[in-house]
Design a protein around this ligand. Structure first.
Ligand code: DX5
Ligand code: ZN
Length: 223
């Protein structure tokens, strides 16, 4: 079984945007592995958040990989702008891409690491044929659109199904989870094969602070 290393990906959706650079730097010092940036267009999801401008600002604040989660329709129209702004990993939703293989190739050819996301209701098998072409799969554990929602525990068997498909692929592929990830849900998702933990509220809204919150997540994810 191929188990890639545990990675913590703080989601800046929950950060204090008046102090974004400082908060990203604090997450980096605390041992974050990549910075997760949630892009929403008010079409694919009901909310509107940030675009390439914020990715460019984050690029100046850290050396960590920037993990850009595109919750937008027609992502192919905007991928070059996000990569030019400094995105290292680009995740597109399978539900937003009728020509998914083409979009994944576009990301790879432009020099970024391609990844594909599944909404909660989308079956695991939807990524089977794209698996040879991606470096990461993002299994949503809430409906995308907002931070601070409750983890959907029924997603756990789906994580295991995706990890089993990854094992059959015979090369290390990351399995990212996003939504409601905290010190309580982390041991469950890790036990079901997830290795990249996105957390917004649990890190940036933690009363104990960013540093302690990241350490707590890492402890909770020990395998
Ligand atoms: C939700 C976003 C998440 C969000 C997670 O649509 O994709 O990345 O920031 O927030 P928490 O960790 O608060 O559930
Ligand atoms: Zn996200």
């Amino acid at each position: 079984m191929v188990l890639p290393e545990l990675r913590i990906a703080p989601s800046i959706l929950a950060a204090d945007f008046t102090r974004l650079g400082e908060q990203i730097a604090e997450a980096e010092t605390a041992g974050a592995d990549q910075i997760h940036i949630d892009v929403m267009d008010g079409r694919f999801v009901p909310n509107i958040t940030m675009g390439p401008l914020v990715v460019r600002a984050a690029r100046r604040a850290t050396r960590l990989p920037l993990d850009v989660h595109l919750m937008i329709i027609e992502p192919e129209q905007h991928i070059p702008a996000f990569i030019e702004a400094g995105a290292d990993i680009i995740t597109v939703h399978v539900e937003a891409c009728p020509h998914l293989h083409h979009v994944i190739q576009q990301i790879r050819e432009a020099g970024a690491s391609p990844s594909v996301a599944l909404n909660p209701h989308t079956p695991a098998v939807m990524i089977k044929e794209i698996l040879p072409f991606v470096d990461m799969v993002l299994a949503m554990t809430v409906n995308p659109g907002f931070g601070g929602q409750a983890f959907i525990a029924e997603m756990l068997p789906k994580l295991r199904a995706i990890r089993d498909m990854m094992d059959a692929a015979g090369r290390p592929i990351h399995l990212q989870v996003d939504g409601g990830i905290d010190s309580t849900t982390t041991p469950q998702v890790v036990a079901h094969g997830a290795n990249v933990l996105v957390a917004g509220t649990a890190i940036f809204d933690a009363p104990e602070g960013i540093q302690a919150a990241i350490s707590a997540l890492r402890r909770a994810g020990q395998r």
